[in-house]
Design a protein around this ligand. Structure first.
Ligand SMILES: Cc1cc2nc3c(=O)[nH]c(=O)nc-3n(C[C@H](O)[C@H](O)[C@H](O)COP(=O)(O)OP(=O)(O)OC[C@H]3O[C@@H](n4cnc5c(N)ncnc54)[C@H](O)[C@@H]3O)c2cc1C
Length: 428
């Protein structure tokens, strides 16, 4: 990769945003003869994935996207191609799930409860499918409660707990489709254990080293225009870049700040105007005086999802927690108090590390969580120009909100440039 200032502001392809989607697009174009320029507003690449060494835990921790699901075929293929391994963390065998408040502790749902969960999901699906207007997740809970297939309080609480950290937003702001997860996922949310060795930063670093694009860091795009067969991309520092093709790979919640010429956005326009609702907050903690292995999965208390990650050499427990930003005590003293009240009376927080992605001007939110109607819209979205692509973890229909969606959609845009649709080839 060559870094800036970019000597030449005209390119064949401009990529806006250097997270995993933008980097994957640049990577897919590295063997072409095309001149590719990547414009990145922050002073680093990687976007909502970055890892840093944390002295308090004497190890690197992931501040953003971390866990890889078995279905992430493209990400695993890329890791293998780049010679990067993954690690399993932590040892799931020893875990307990503290579910709901009070003394309830259970490892997994009983067969009867599993049946109830399946029935609840069927009922949610039926309500969602029958609706003529997009429903919110909260509206589905309310509608289900009024039927003879209403989930039991425990099953409803289980689902609310899952949504609490997965959405990080009030359920009346979230699309009903967010409730329709696989039974297996909801029954045991512990599929978050495969991570990139050395944090996701290792993937970002390897891609950054391999791409041949000219990269301009600290270059925030403010406008995308199209005139006489060419795109003109304007930046906050007064730069004007031109290219025949543009790949937009910035977070959905940042796109409303970019001015697009009329009609360029096509059916993406409403999505960009509304943004997504995802606002979960991720915290790393070193805590003394708590059990070595635990997992909290709760609709109450400071965290929706809270687990031990490792026992440190000095006996402290490294933990990770996820919860809606709006519910998280900002002061560590207050957080410690609520951890004591809800989970472990003897807990003492020794160190805490978090990055507020919601306040971060390069992200303005965490992962994609759909507002009502956005799930149904995703698969149909097209831009208003065949040489303009909008990609990223926030808009990928197959893996929305995930690392895989970022990688896949970036690679797909690069492939489309390599192999334009037949109709377009014929007119050249
Ligand atoms: C706390 C957290 C935990 C997560 N956990 C997981 C997980 O465990 N597993 C998983 O699969 N996914 C997870 N995700 C989601 C995953 O990280 C994202 O979906 C993915 O990284 C998005 O990549 P992207 O390239 O689409 O966007 P980003 O990574 O956000 O990259 C977009 C880039 O665009 C840049 N940019 C913004 N505005 C402009 C502009 N105007 N001009 C130029 N550049 C601009 C940004 O600086 C950024 O570098 C998590 C996300 C967060 C925040």
């Amino acid at each position: 990769m060559r870094t800036t200032p970019a000597p030449d502001t005209s390119a064949d392809v401009i990529i806006i945003g250097g997270g995993l989607a933008g980097l994957s697009a640049a990577d897919g174009l590295r063997d072409s003869d095309l001149r590719v320029t990547l414009l990145e507003s922050a002073d680093r690449l990687g976007g909502r994935t970055y890892g840093q060494h944390w002295d308090a835990a004497d190890r690197a921790v992931d501040m953003g996207g971390t866990w890889l699901l078995p279905s992430f075929a493209q990400t695993f293929a890329l890791l293998s191609e780049l010679g990067i391994s993954t690690v399993e963390s932590p040892d799931v065998v020893h875990w307990l799930t503290h579910f709901r408040t009070g003394p309830a502790v259970q490892r997994e749902l009983t067969t009867t409860q599993l049946g109830e969960l399946t029935a609840a999901l069927d009922s949610f699906a039926a309500i969602t499918e029958a609706a003529t207007e997009p429903l919110t997740a909260e509206a589905v809970f309310q509608a289900a409660a009024a039927t003879d297939r209403a989930p039991s309080p425990l099953i409803e609480d289980w689902q609310r707990a899952m949504q609490r950290y997965l959405a990080g937003a009030p359920l009346d702001a979230v699309d009903a489709g967010h409730l329709l997860l696989d039974v297996a996922d909801i029954a045991d949310p512990e599929h978050y254990h495969t991570q990139v060795s050395g944090t996701t930063q290792a993937l970002v670093d390897a891609l950054s080293a391999r791409v041949t694009a000219t990269v301009a860091l600290g270059t925030r795009v403010t406008a995308v225009r199209h005139d006489r067969g060419e795109f003109r991309v304007e930046t906050a520092d007064g730069g004007v870049y031109s290219a025949a093709r543009v790949i937009v790979a910035a977070p959905l919640n940042c796109l409303a700040d970019i001015e697009f010429d009329d009609k360029l956005l096509g059916s993406f326009a409403p999505l960009l105007a509304d943004g997504h609702a995802g606002a979960s907050h991720k915290d790393w903690l070193v805590i003394d005086g708590i059990p070595a292995h635990f997992r909290v999965f709760a609709s109450h208390g400071p965290y929706g999802y809270f687990r031990s990650e490792a026992i440190l050499a000095d006996g402290g427990t490294l933990c990770v927690g996820l919860t809606p930003s709006a519910e998280l005590p900002l002061l560590t003293e207050a957080l410690e108090q609520t951890i004591r009240e809800h989970y472990f009376p003897g807990a003492t927080i020794r160190a805490r590390l978090s990055h507020d992605w919601n306040a971060d001007p390069h992200a303005r939110g965490t992962w994609f969580v759909p507002r009502p109607g956005q799930y149904a819209a995703l698969p149909e979205l097209t831009t208003g120009h065949p040489q303009l692509w909008i990609v990223g973890g926030d808009v990928d229909a197959a893996f929305p909100g995930m690392i895989e969606g970022a990688v896949l959609s970036g690679q797909r845009a690069a492939a489309a440039i390599h192999q334009p649709p037949a109709a377009e080839r014929a007119t050249r």
